[in-house]
Design a protein around this ligand. Structure first.
Ligand code: NI
Length: 172
């Protein structure tokens, strides 16, 4: 089921999310909905708070369309356990901040530990776009958006655009 994606500014996007104590079939269904919502948008990552669920759960698939088999990933309680000193700059966007893009500098590689859908702990190193995506999504679980890395003026400009977009959408 495709879920509505919250648009910034929204207090639900600013909250620190709760850890998931145990994987249930209900949470499996939530992850499935999130993947469906992400692919439909389309996007390469989505965090639970973006659909109004304050739980530490993200989904992602950074395989470019036509560049190979999709790799849908579901990460419960993801945690960065190592970051490279090397940094990388990517132009980031966010499904909660439609049509706005900005360059963000982050560690080029990160090792992440998480619990999978099967309840088993996993760890993997991510590089390139995957590293940026997983860090961007984990930020969401801590109430942080990519625009929080920008200067105040740029951030306020984007926020005002989003407020206008929300008013227009509310009017239908
Ligand atoms: Ni985002």
């Amino acid at each position: 089921m495709i879920r509505p994606i919250l648009i910034h500014p929204d207090p639900r996007l600013k909250k620190v999310c709760d850890p998931v104590p145990a994987i249930s079939s209900e949470l499996g269904k939530l992850a499935e909905d999130m993947l469906e919502t992400m692919y439909d948008a389309p996007g390469i990552g989505l965090a639970a708070p973006q659909i109004g669920v304050a739980k530490r759960l993200i989904v992602m698939d950074c395989v470019k369309e036509g560049a190979g088999d999709p790799r849908p990933m579901v990460l419960f309680n993801p945690e960065v356990v190592w970051s490279s000193e090397d940094l990388n700059i990517y132009e980031e966007g966010c499904l909660s901040i439609p049509d706005q893009y900005a360059e963000v500098k982050r560690p080029a590689s990160v090792a992440v530990r998480w619990t999978g859908l099967d309840g088993v702990a996993q760890e993997e190193q991510f590089d390139g776009i995957w590293a940026t995506c997983v860090q961007h999504e984990i930020d969401h679980l801590n109430g942080k958006l990519f625009i929080d890395y920008l200067g105040l003026m740029k951030r306020q400009m984007i926020t005002r655009k989003m407020e206008k977009l929300k008013r227009e959408r509310a009017r239908g």
